[in-house]
Write a protein that binds this ligand. Structure first.
Ligand code: NAD
Ligand code: MN
Length: 817
C-alpha cells in the first residue's frame, strides 16, 4: 500500500500492545495456586483448569480448581483474620486501601494486558476504563475506612464475606466487592469467574506486596459448582455478595434463605436506550456504540433496547448502520480495535442461538459487510429492527453485541416501553430538552439513569438494580450499608427478651434485654398503680381495610381474638389469597402517593398522630385488653406510637438524596425513591407500636403498603381504620388484611406485584418469606425470629427503617455544550 492509498482509505494501521511481559508473568507462576492466608497453596483436589485466551481459543494459563475443602480452609483463615481486622482502627484500614490503590496504578499496564488476554476485551477499554476505575474505587473507599467511625456510628462490620463475581469486568467487579468490604472491617473469600481469574491472582500478589494482614483477602479459583456453591452454603460466612445472572442470583437467594446471611445481588438487565426526536443524533450514534458494543455488549447495564421516537427512527437507523460498518473488530491487544472477542465458546453459542431466534421471530437483522476473524470467538455488531416488544430478543438479556430497536410516539409510550421488562438496572435518555429528560428519568424503573450519556460509572455513585436486577448498591455511601450491621443486633439476639404479652401482670416488655438501656414504658406516663379495669366483652368485628374501605373477608369466615386469659374479646376477618390480591391491587393503584409532595405526606402523618392522641385512652384500653399489660404500660405504648408518627412526619421531608461530584463535567443526582408496594407482617409484641413502626416510615417515603397485623392482637391495628379515615390518608396507601400470619405472608411474598417484603415473626416464617421472595427477587427485611425492642428509639425507629423504605436512583446529568 502506498501513501496515496492510505490517503484514500484512511485505514488505521495495527498498533499492537506487546503481550510479552504478561505472558512472562504467567509463565513464571503457573500453575497458579489458591491464595489463602497470604500464601499460595495447592488445591485440595490437586486439579487445575485451563484459562483460555478468547481471541485465539488457545490455553493461556493453568489455574487451580478449588473444592469445598479449600473453601473451609479459606473461610477459617478469614474468620481468624476478622478477629483483629474487624477491630483495626479505620485510619489503619484506610492506609491499606490507599496502598492497594497506589499499587494498582503501579501495575496498571500489566493488569490491563492480562485482563485483555484473559477476557478478550480490547486493551483500549482495560487500559482507559477498567483499571483506572479499579484504582479510583480503592481510593474512594480508603476515605470511607477513615470516616467510618464518624459517619456510621452504631454500625459494625458483618464478619466474613463470601464474594462471587462474573467474567465481564473481572478486576473491576473484584474492586467493587473488596474495597467496601475491607473499608468497613470485613474479611473476604472471593471467587473469580471460571474464565477470568488472572487479574484476581495478580491482585493477590499486590496484597502480599503491601503486607495486608494474612487472611483478610483470600482468593479461590475454580468451578461454580465446587467453589461458588460451597461458599454460599458455608455456615461460617456472614454475607454473600454476588454479581452475575438473575438465575444464579435466584438460586443463591433460595440457598441462603433463613440462614441470616446478609445478601446483595447485582444481576442482569435489558436496559432501555431512549432517543427523543430532538436528540443530537450524532452524539446518539456514539452513545449507542458505547451502550451496546462496549465490551462486546457483555455489560449488565448495556443499552440493549434502542427505543426511538418514530419520526426519526429511519434516519437514526441509517446513521447507525453507517457507523457499524466502520467498527473495527479483531485482536484485543491492538489499540486501534473497537471490539474484541466474546469470552467463551459457550457464550458465543448462546448469542448465536438468540440471534437465530430473533430472525425466526420475524425481526429484521442487519450486520456489517465485513467478516469477523475466524480464529477465536468473535461476533459482529448486530442490529435488529422491526422488533415487537413481546418477543424473546426484546425481553431476554442476550449479553452480546446485539441491539434491538423499537419505536414509540409519545414520552408516555417511551416510559411504558422502557419499563416493560422484569429488569431495572439502568436506562439512558437522549433529548436536547432537559425538562423532558428530567421528567422522564424519575419515571424509569432503574437504578442508574444516564441523561445524554451512557455506561458512566464512578465509585461515588452507587450502582445496582431495581426489580429482578437485584438489590443492594455498590459504590456511594449507600453501598457501605451492605457491609455493616447495627451493633445492637448482636446484643439483642444473644439475650432473650420475654414476650410482653406473655404475662398478664408483669410489665416484662419494659425490662431491658441487654442490661438497662431501654426506657421502661411505665416511666413515660405518670400513673398510679391502682387501676383495675373491668370490661364488658366487646362485640365488634372489624373487616379488612382495602382501598380506603372496610370490606368483608372474601372467605366469609372470622376468627376469634383472645385476651391472655383465653377469653374471646372479638373477631377479625380471616383473610385469604383473594383479599391479599385485592389489597395489592389497591396498593398499586395508589401509586400517586409517591408523586405527591413530601410536605403533604408529613402533614398526613402529623394528622394521624393528632387523631390518635384524641383517642389515646381508647387505644390504651385496647392494648390492655389484648395483652393484659398494666394500663400505664399500654398508655405509654400509645404515647411512643404518637411520637413515632411525629418522627416520620419529620423525616418525610428530610430524608433526602445527595448530589455527587464524580470526575466529569456534570452532576449525579442520587434520589431516594420509594420501593413501591411493600408487604409487611407485624410482630406480636406491641400491637399498636409494632404496627405503626412499620407503616409510618414506609408511607412517609412514598410507598404503599399491605399489612398483616399481629395475629394474636390485631385489634389495635384494625382500630386504626378510623384514624386513617379521619386523617386524609388517600385510599389504598395502607391496606390491612387480618388472619393467619404465615399463610397470608406466603401469599404476599410470592406476589409478583409486591416489591419488598418485611417480616417480623418467627425464624421459620422469616425463612419462608426469603424463599418465596426469590420469584421476582423482591427485597426482603426479616428478623429471623430475633427480638427487637420497639420502644427503643435506636431499634424501633430511624434510618434503618428509612433505608429499607427507599432505593437510590442515580441520575447522571453531564453539562456543557
Ligand atoms: P453467572 O451467574 O453464570 O456467574 C457469575 C458467578 O457466579 C461466576 O463466578 C460463577 O462461577 C458463579 N456461580 C455460578 N453458579 C453458581 C452457583 N450456583 N452458586 C454460586 N456461584 C455460582 O454469570 P456470568 O455468566 O459469569 O455473568 C454474566 C451475568 O452477570 C449477566 O447476566 C450479567 O447481566 C450479570 N452481571 C451483572 C452485573 C451487575 O452489576 N448487576 C455486573 C456484571 C455482570
Ligand atoms: Mn480466559
Amino acid at each position: 500500500m502506498n501513501v496515496m492509498d492510505i490517503f484514500e482509505t484512511m485505514e488505521y494501521g495495527p498498533a499492537p500492545e506487546a503481550p510479552t511481559p504478561a505472558l512472562e508473568w504467567i509463565q513464571e507462576r503457573q500453575p497458579f495456586g489458591l491464595f489463602i492466608n497470604n500464601r499460595w497453596v495447592k488445591p485440595a483436589s490437586g486439579q487445575y483448569l485451563d484459562s483460555i485466551n478468547p481471541s485465539t481459543g488457545k490455553p493461556l494459563a493453568q489455574i487451580a480448581a478449588a473444592n469445598s475443602a479449600d473453601v473451609d480452609t479459606a473461610v477459617s483463615a478469614a474468620r481468624t483474620a476478622f478477629e483483629s481486622w474487624g477491630k483495626t482502627p479505620g485510619h489503619v484500614r484506610a492506609r491499606y486501601l490507599y496502598a492497594i490503590a497506589r499499587h494498582i496504578q503501579k501495575h496498571s499496564r500489566l493488569l490491563a494486558v492480562l485482563e485483555s488476554l484473559d477476557n478478550g476485551k480490547s486493551i483500549r477499554e482495560t487500559r482507559d476504563l477498567d483499571i483506572p476505575l479499579v484504582a479510583r474505587h480503592f481510593y474512594y473507599h480508603a476515605g470511607w475506612a477513615q470516616l467510618m467511625a464518624a459517619e456510621l456510628p452504631g454500625y459494625e462490620p458483618v464478619g466474613v464475606v463470601g464474594q462471587i463475581i462474573p467474567w465481564n469486568f473481572p478486576l473491576l467487579m473484584l474492586a467493587w466487592k473488596i474495597a467496601p468490604a475491607l473499608a468497613m472491617g470485613n474479611t473476604v473469600v472471593l471467587k473469580p469467574a471460571r474464565y477470568t481469574s488472572l487479574t484476581a491472582l495478580k491482585f493477590a500478589e499486590i496484597m502480599q506486596e503491601i503486607g495486608l494482614p494474612a487472611g483478610v483477602v483470600n482468593i479461590l479459583t475454580g468451578e461454580a459448582s465446587q467453589v461458588g456453591e460451597a461458599l454460599v452454603r458455608h455456615p461460617g460466612v456472614n454475607k454473600i455478595a454476588f454479581t452475575g445472572s438473575t438465575d444464579v442470583g435466584r438460586s443463591i437467594r433460595r440457598a441462603t434463605a433463613g440462614s441470616g446471611k446478609k445478601l446483595s445481588l447485582e444481576l442482569g438487565g435489558k436496559s432501555p436506550f431512549i432517543v427523543f426526536d430532538d436528540a443530537d443524533l450524532d452524539s446518539v450514534v456514539e452513545g449507542v456504540v458505547d451502550a451496546i458494543w462496549f465490551n462486546q455488549g457483555q455489560v449488565c447495564c448495556a443499552g440493549s433496547r434502542l427505543l426511538v421516537q418514530e419520526d426519526i427512527a429511519e434516519r437514526l437507523v441509517n446513521k447507525l448502520r453507517a457507523r457499524m460498518e466502520k467498527l473495527r473488530i479483531g485482536d484485543p491487544l491492538d489499540k486501534a480495535v473497537d471490539m474484541g472477542a466474546i469470552v467463551s465458546p459457550g457464550q458465543l453459542q448462546e448469542i448465536q442461538r438468540l440471534v437465530s431466534q430473533g430472525v425466526e421471530e420475524g425481526a429484521e437483522i442487519w450486520q456489517p459487510s465485513w467478516a469477523c476473524p475466524t480464529e477465536g470467538y468473535f461476533f459482529p455488531p448486530t442490529l435488529f429492527t422491526n422488533v415487537s416488544p413481546a418477543t424473546t430478543i426484546a425481553q431476554v438479556e442476550i449479553f452480546g453485541p446485539v441491539l434491538v430497536a423499537m419505536t414509540f410516539r409519545t414520552p408516555a409510550e417511551a416510559v411504558a416501553l422502557a419499563n416493560n421488562t422484569r429488569y431495572g438496572l439502568a436506562a439512558s435518555v437522549w433529548s436536547e430538552n432537559i425538562n423532558l429528560a428530567l421528567d422522564v428519568a424519575p419515571k424509569l424503573k432503574a437504578g442508574s439513569v444516564w441523561i445524554n450519556c451512557t455506561n458512566m460509572f464512578d465509585a461515588s455513585s452507587g450502582f445496582g438494580g431495581y426489580r429482578e436486577s437485584g438489590f443492594g448498591r455498590e459504590g456511594g455511601k449507600e453501598g457501605l450499608y451492605e457491609y455493616v450491621r447495627p451493633a445492637w443486633e448482636k446484643v439483642v439476639s444473644i439475650a432473650t427478651t420475654a414476650s410482653p404479652s406473655s404475662n398478664g401482670s408483669s410489665p416484662s416488655a419494659g425490662e431491658p434485654a441487654n442490661g438497662g438501656q431501654f426506657t421502661a414504658p411505665g416511666e413515660m406516663i405518670d400513673s398510679s398503680n391502682g387501676f383495675t379495669p373491668t370490661f364488658p366483652p366487646i362485640d365488634r368485628t372489624p373487616k379488612m381495610f382495602i382501598k380506603g374501605k372496610q370490606v368483608r373477608p372474601d372467605s366469609g369466615y372470622s376468627q376469634d381474638v383472645y385476651d391472655p386469659e383465653q377469653r374471646v374479646i372479638g373477631q377479625v376477618g380471616e383473610g385469604n389469597r383473594k383479599d391479599i390480591r385485592n389489597a395489592v391491587e389497591a396498593a398499586h393503584a395508589a401509586s400517586g402517593w409517591a408523586a405527591g409532595t413530601t410536605h403533604n405526606r408529613a402533614q398526613i402523618l402529623y394528622y394521624m398522630a393528632e387523631n390518635l392522641a384524641v383517642r389515646e385512652d381508647e387505644f390504651a384500653r385496647r392494648i390492655l385488653q389484648q395483652t393484659g399489660r398494666p394500663y400505664a404500660d399500654a398508655a405509654s405504648e400509645v404515647q411512643v406510637t404518637i411520637s413515632r408518627l411525629f418522627s416520620y412526619a419529620a423525616w418525610a421531608d428530610k430524608y433526602e438524596g445527595a448530589v455527587h461530584r464524580p470526575p466529569l463535567r456534570g452532576v449525579v443526582l442520587a434520589m431516594k425513591e420509594p420501593i413501591g408496594v411493600i408487604g409487611m407482617v407485624c410482630s406480636d409484641e406491641y400491637p399498636l407500636l409494632g404496627f405503626i413502626s412499620l407503616v409510618a416510615p414506609a408511607i412517609a417515603m412514598g410507598n404503599t403498603v399491605v399489612v398483616i397485623p399481629s395475629q394474636r392482637s390485631p385489634l389495635s391495628a384494625t382500630d386504626c381504620y378510623q384514624v386513617f379515615e379521619t386523617s386524609d390518608l388517600p385510599a389504598g396507601v395502607v391496606n390491612i388484611v387480618t388472619g393467619q400470619r404465615d399463610t397470608l405472608s406466603q401469599v404476599l411474598a410470592e406476589h409478583d406485584d409486591v416489591d419488598a417484603m418485611w417480616y417480623f415473626g418467627s425464624a421459620d416464617g422469616s425463612k419462608r418469606v426469603e424463599l418465596a421472595s426469590a420469584g421476582n427477587m423482591k427485597r426482603t427485611w426479616v428478623n429471623y425470629g430475633h427480638p427487637r425492642n420497639w420502644l427503643d428509639s435506636v431499634q424501633g425507629e430511624g434510618e434503618e427503617f428509612l433505608r429499607e423504605s427507599t432505593q437510590v436512583k442515580n441520575i447522571w446529568v453531564p453539562y456543557g455544550e
